[in-house]
Design a protein. Structure first.
Lengths: 140, 140
DNA sequence: TTTTTTCTTTAGAATTGTTCTAATCTATTG
DNA sequence: CAATAGATTAGAACAATTCTAAAGAAAAAA
């Protein structure tokens, strides 16, 4: 019985990105897709894969995260020196960064507005606008 | 400015930050102050110091940059994984990040406006709002 | 199918930026 | 000046990431 074909969508996305649907890529894509919007590091994803019984090396996790990012399936977010987060929400949005916990949180769409865009310097074009709101545990 | 006593201002700032005015700190502070608004990495500052004939270790450059940041004389900016920039302009402003050159450029005050601030999550308080506009060399 | 080609994965080494360590040195205090 | 608290240093250690080159798997050709 095969009422659900959970890999179909992921398979199509890999195919159109020109990536072979290997066991590792499919498993990682599934882990990412099934977990909803989140911000994950390479190490975290590697651990999750291990726990889920998926045998995959850390190097492959890094490769795959970058390939998925290049293919538009993920978005890389850098807010801390020496650590990259990969956001499963690729839509244009902004982030809170909780400095005490090292945690990223999406800013709800519409909760922040950049009302005036700067003009890019001569010879360059704007690629993205990202607002990072750094927060701390309240004093209370 | 008083060309006769070029270290006076820097000396006062160190003193009020509770930092001893050592040869290294004075020299680094002077290098930073004399060069106008800029975005510098620890390695870059270390190189500049060497070239200026200031003998200082890389470890001290890191220590000093962090101490100056804690004292409000510098602002740390993170836009790239694995590299910290220190901004000599501590006023509240935003940045272009030129992705092809790995270069930070201040966005002129008033050229970008965040018109609606998000509400910080329960139990946390906003510490800073930073807009990063990523740019690329134009296709033309 | 089987073979061949191309792409992928892997373990471990290498690299990079940064922080730590503990010995030495220097500014300040008494 | 001596005592002490703080600062500097070289080099080791570290963490995140990338590289390497050998072995493995998927796709294309025969």
């Amino acid at each position: 019985m095969d009422p659900v074909r959970p890999y179909t969508e992921v398979l199509d996305r890999l195919k159109s990105a020109g990536l072979r649907p290997t066991r590792q890529r499919l498993a990682l894509a599934k882990l990412l897709a099934d977990s909803g919007d989140r911000h994950i590091t390479a190490e975290q994803l590697h651990d999750e894969a291990q726990r889920a019984g998926v045998r995959v090396s850390l190097a492959t996790v890094y490769n795959t995260l970058h390939q998925f990012t290049a293919a538009g399936l993920l978005r890389e977010v850098v807010v801390e020196a020496g650590r990259s987060y990969f956001d499963t929400n690729t839509s244009n949005h902004h982030h809170f960064f909780h400095q005490d916990r090292g945690e990223l949180v999406d800013i709800p769409a519409g909760a922040v507005t950049v009302s005036e865009l700067p003009v890019a310097p001569e010879g360059s074009a704007i690629e993205s606008v990202h607002v990072v709101v750094r927060i701390r545990d309240d004093a209370n």
